[in-house]
Design a protein around this ligand. Structure first.
Ligand code: UDP
Ligand code: XDX
Length: 209
């Protein structure tokens, strides 16, 4: 089964190139798709220069919508989702995420930061099912309804579906990795507001049946 990486990206010009370049070091990943989710910075151009196929969305659809667009644009049977703001991503992390699915050991992996930065390690220690780093069979992703409108609820919706359907999944440790926190990207006040909005989007998906 082929593997494609789908990277939703909204104003991530600082980190996107490094993420794309690292994934390019893994030949098992046949396609790298960056879905530029209506960014107002140079994310799209930088991703393209780094070697990704870029889909430019005219306006911001939210993370879940961008992921759905990315998956629809490829035929690959296994999708590797990565955030565009990762710090310290190594090829070994990519292998750790995709190999268990590729080798039929499980249907989905969820990457959990460990030995990275305290705040981001702690967040994923407490809520591993929120992680944006995962590999999943496309048929599973495609079976979950409403992901296009789920925004930041996408991970919780996907994890809930997998759990309720009794589909196997596995958490894998991603050592010495982190991501930029909202407060680092947007400043304290805007970052906090964005965090609250994200929790609301997650809560809406938790409330859905
Ligand atoms: O409307 C959005 C919001 C976020 N993202 C992307 O989704 C990923 C996770 O978002 P963010 O880093 O804001 O979330 P955090 O990891 O801080 O919760 C990143 O690659 C973002 O660029 C997106 O494509 N569209
Ligand atoms: O780790 C978390 O608690 C949140 C918030 O991250 P930040 O505080 O902005 O670094 O980020 C995760 O959750 C989002 C919603 O599920 C995912 O979309 C992100 O990929 C994931 O990093």
């Amino acid at each position: 089964m082929d593997v494609a990486a789908v990277i939703p990206a909204f104003n991530e010009e600082k980190t996107i190139a490094q993420v794309v370049k690292t994934v390019r070091e893994v030949p098992l990943v046949k396609e790298i798709i960056v879905v530029n989710d209506g960014s107002t910075d140079n994310t799209g151009r930088i991703a393209e220069e780094a070697g990704a196929r870029v889909i430019n969305l005219r306006s911001n659809m939210g993370k879940g919508g961008a992921m759905v667009v990315g998956v629809r644009s490829t035929q690959a049977g296994i999708i590797l989702f990565l955030d565009a703001d990762l710090i310290g991503l190594q090829p070994s992390h990519v292998y750790d995420l995709i190999n268990p699915v590729l080798q039929g050991e499980t249907e989905m992996t969820i990457g959990v930061f460990d030995e990275g930065r305290f705040a981001t390690d702690l967040a994923l220690f407490l809520t591993p099912y929120l992680s944006g780093q995962r590999a999943v069979k496309r048929e599973i992703f495609e079976t979950v309804s409403g992901l296009d409108l789920s925004r930041f609820g996408v991970e919780i919706a996907l994890t809930r579906f997998v759990k309720s359907a009794g589909i196997s999944f596995k958490e894998v440790e991603l050592k010495q990795m982190s991501h930029l926190m909202k407060e680092e990207k947007l400043g304290l006040i805007k970052g906090f507001k964005a965090r609250m909005k994200m929790y609301w989007e997650i809560a809406k998906c938790v409330g859905r049946n």
